[in-house]
Design a protein around this ligand. Structure first.
Ligand code: MRU
Length: 350
C-alpha cells in the first residue's frame, strides 16, 4: 500500500458503490469497505469506519444518493417513504458533528427541488449533489488552508488534537490542511500530535498522515501537552471542530478544552479550522451542543485488550466544548475570525 505524495481518498465512488477507508484499523491495515444503502452508510458512520465532521457529511450525502439509487424503480410513493426512512436512519448515526445534519438538509433541499421528476432522474440528481458536496469540501479545505497558513510563522511547532486531516474530510483536511498548506507555501512546520484517548485518532491517524507525507511529527500522550507548552516547545495549536455555536463556542474531540486552557495559560495562540458547514447558528452557545457518549469499552481497554477492573463505572463523552473566549481565531473559507463572538460569527453568513 502506498499513498505517498497524495492526499488520501477517504471516500470514493466506484462501480455504483461508495467506498470508505476503514479508519478503525488504520494504520496497521489500509482497506476500503463498500456501501450500497443508507442503512449501511449510517452503520459505517456510527461504527466510525468514517469519522471527522466533514467526512461524515460527505458520507451522509452519499448515503442518501445510494438509497435513491436502490429505489430508482419504485413507485413515487414507495420512493418517498423509503427516502424519508433513509434520512431518519442517517440522522440517528452520530449526534455531535453538525455537518451530518447540514448535508442531510442540503440533500433534502435538492430532492424537494426535483420532486416532480421521475424517480430515476431524482436519484441521478442526488448522486450528482453528493459528488459536489465532496468536491466542494476539498475546495473549502484548500481555501481555509491558505488563510490559516498565513497565521503560522516559519519554523512553527504546532500542536493538534484528534485527527482533522484528509481522513476527517474529503481530502487535504481542516486543521491538518492548514499545516499542509503552510508546508506547501515553503514554511518549515513540525507537528505535535496528541494521541487522543480513547479512540487514538492522533496516534493512529494524524501521525500516519504526517509520516506518509514526511511532515515532521512527534507523538505525545494527551497528558504531556502542558509539559511541552511549559517548556516553550509549542508555538501554536490548530484543531478542527464538530460544531461551532452562534457565539463562537467550539465543540471538538474530548480533550480539546484542556488543550485550550493550557494554551491560554502559556500565551499560545489557539486556532480552530472551521468550514462554514460546521457553524450551527441555531445553537446559541456551546451548552446546547449535543455531546455523544460512547461505549464504556473504549475507556476500559482497546480492541481485545481490557485493562480496567471489570464492572468499574465509566464516563465516555466523545466531545467537549471550548468557550469562544479561549479561541484566538476561527479559520474559515471566508477568512480568519479573530477572537470570535456572536456578531463576528453571524457576519460570516451575511
Ligand atoms: O469522533 P471523531 O473522530 O469523529 O471526532 C473528530 C473530531 O473531533 C475532529 O476534530 C472534527 O470532526 C474535525 S475534523 C475536520
Amino acid at each position: 500500500m502506498s499513498v505517498q505524495n497524495q492526499s488520501v481518498e477517504t471516500l470514493r465512488w466506484r462501480d455504483g458503490k461508495l467506498e470508505m477507508i476503514d479508519q478503525r484499523v488504520l494504520p496497521a491495515t489500509f482497506t476500503y469497505l463498500p456501501y450500497t444503502s443508507a442503512a449501511e452508510t449510517a452503520e459505517g458512520i456510527r461504527s466510525m469506519v468514517v469519522r471527522g465532521a466533514p467526512a461524515i457529511g460527505c458520507a451522509a450525502a452519499y448515503g442518501v444518493a445510494l438509497e435513491a439509487l436502490c429505489l430508482r424503480t419504485a413507485s413515487p410513493e414507495d420512493f418517498a417513504a423509503g427516502m424519508n426512512k433513509a434520512f431518519d436512519v442517517l440522522a440517528a448515526s452520530r449526534p455531535t458533528a453538525v455537518n451530518l445534519f447540514w448535508a442531510l438538509k442540503r440533500m433534502r433541499t435538492v430532492w424537494d427541488a426535483v420532486k416532480e421528476q421521475p424517480v430515476g432522474a431524482i436519484a441521478e440528481r442526488l448522486l450528482a449533489e453528493a459528488h459536489e458536496v465532496t468536491a466542494e469540501d476539498i475546495r473549502i479545505n484548500r481555501a481555509m488552508g491558505a488563510f490559516g497558513a498565513e497565521l503560522l510563522p516559519d519554523g512553527a511547532r504546532v500542536l493538534t488534537h484528534c485527527n482533522a486531516g484528509a481522513l476527517a474530510t474529503a481530502g487535504h483536511g481542516t486543521a491538518l490542511g492548514v499545516l499542509r498548506s503552510a508546508v506547501e507555501a515553503g514554511k518549515k512546520i513540525s507537528v505535535i500530535a496528541d494521541e487522543t484517548r480513547p479512540f487514538l485518532q492522533g496516534a493512529r491517524l494524524t501521525a500516519w498522515e504526517m509520516v506518509q507525507e514526511n511532515i515532521p511529527v512527534t507523538l505525545i500522550t494527551d497528558n504531556m501537552a502542558g509539559f511541552m507548552m511549559s517548556k516553550g516547545e509549542v508555538d501554536a495549536v490548530v484543531v478542527g471542530t464538530d460544531r461551532v455555536a452562534a457565539n463562537g463556542d467550539v465543540a471538538n474531540k474530548i480533550g480539546t478544552y484542556m488543550v485550550a486552557v493550557l494554551a491560554k495559560r502559556h500565551n499560545i495562540p489557539f486556532y480552530v479550522a472551521c468550514p462554514l458547514s460546521t457553524i450551527d447558528l441555531s445553537i446559541p452557545d456551546g451548552s446546547a451542543i449535543p455531546i455523544e457518549e460512547r461505549a464504556a469499552e473504549e475507556v476500559t481497554g482497546f480492541r481485545d485488550c481490557q485493562w480496567a477492573a471489570q464492572g468499574v463505572k465509566v464516563r465516555n463523552p466523545a466531545f467537549d466544548v471550548t468557550p469562544a473566549e479561549l479561541v484566538s481565531g476561527l479559520i474559515t473559507e471566508k477568512g480568519v475570525v479573530h477572537q470570535p463572538n456572536r456578531d463576528k460569527v453571524e457576519a460570516l453568513f451575511s
